[in-house]
Design a protein around this ligand. Sequence first.
Ligand code: HBI
Ligand code: FE
Length: 290
Amino acid sequence: MTVAIPAANTDHGLRGDYSRVRDDYTLDQDMGAYGEADHGTWRTLYRRQMALMPGYAADAFTGAVRAMGVADGIPDLARVSGWLSARTGWTLVAVPGLIPDGAFFDHLANRRFPVTWWIRTPEEMDYLVEPDIFHDFFGHVPMLATPVFADYLAAYGAKGVQAEAEGGLKMLARLYWYMVEFGLVRTPAGLRAYGAGILSSKGETVHCLDSPEPNRIGFDLARVMRTDYKIDTYQRTYFVLDSFDQLFAATDRDFTPLYRAFKDTAPLAPDAVLPEDRVLHRGRPPHAAA
Ligand code: HBI
Ligand code: FE
């Protein structure tokens, strides 16, 4: 079965075994497939990230991680699905890795979050090309327990079919990249990270808030959808929500006018700063726009 490599502009082969997936690209998580070394990798990553969370992660994120009780080893997706669906109607489905956009959006629209079942090797502790269960579960699942974010992600998924028809997939992918993978949110205690790509990464958890290099710009839907991103470095710009309600409200509208207005225009550079931007922090050169 060939799998079109979704959105990510990579040319590597996909690691997972797609030969036994169901039509919706899901498969059964086999808890017996994990060795002690795998659970050890999970514990190492979990402890390292949880030690970093105070002062960097949004409270909603860390509260949910603790409530799920997943410190001791790779979680059983079915068990956590029971806990999660009682809160926001979301369940977790195991997948072999990245799946085609169409299947991915359909799962999100139906409140099923695809979680890669395998875990990285010890040699890949700090960087791996394709999301593994630590990125997908530790990074993405906690925010699914926050009702307004859970509603946002389902509404986001429902946009997939229309985006495909309107040639807006790249713009929709940018919204996911910046606001699901690398989003920051304002809190009374200051900026905090909630993005999965940030909070599953030791280096970027600190970089996103402490480094003077990246821009930090107030969220604006069209601005995010127009801005290109890089997949193999820390982000040059982080977009900042005033609240998760703001993200949901921005999605509760028809995206077609945005696709038509911008799908054929050149994207903005990852480090661009526009005159109309709400700039919370202007990155220091060379990463800020000249
Ligand atoms: N598949 N399993 C998986 N996980 C993702 O995060 C994912 C995907 N396929 C496509 C995709 N993400 C991106 O194209 C999103 O922007 C849709
Ligand atoms: Fe992700």
